[in-house]
Design a protein around this ligand. Sequence first.
Ligand SMILES: [Zn+2]
Ligand SMILES: [Zn+2]
Length: 150
Amino acid sequence: MNLKSGYPTLSSPLELSLHKKGLRLTPQRKKVLDLFQRIGTGNHLSAEEVHGHLIQIESKVSLATIYRTLRLLVRMGFLHELELTEGGHRFELLSKDNPDHHHLVCINCGRTEEFESDQVVLAGSKAAESKGFKLIESTLNVRALCPDCI
Ligand SMILES: [Zn+2]
Ligand SMILES: [Zn+2]
């Protein structure tokens, strides 16, 4: 008999991080994170889109639960939340392979393209430094209209 049965085995970084904060890795949280890991970095999903994917594998999950789960994963540093006024909120996987990047967002259809700019990152860190702020992130969201919506 396995003596460890009944005890959670902490294997993945997510489980370790949740454990440290006294949070449980519920099947739901894992499913949401799995979805983002499956689609990979550079994809930006709204809560409605995440909900749409999840109800295909688990019909009972509510949109409110998806929102709570997404917010939690953001607080824990697994997802990044983009606050876009017209397009609502979108979420993406936070990854070391995908460092500071910026977003060009269509305010009409929500299409989101990424770009990189060292100048933006530098300007943010300089501004923070000059005012004595501790920098958390330095990203730019550009609101625009995509070619299909012009
Ligand atoms: Zn992004
Ligand atoms: Zn558009």
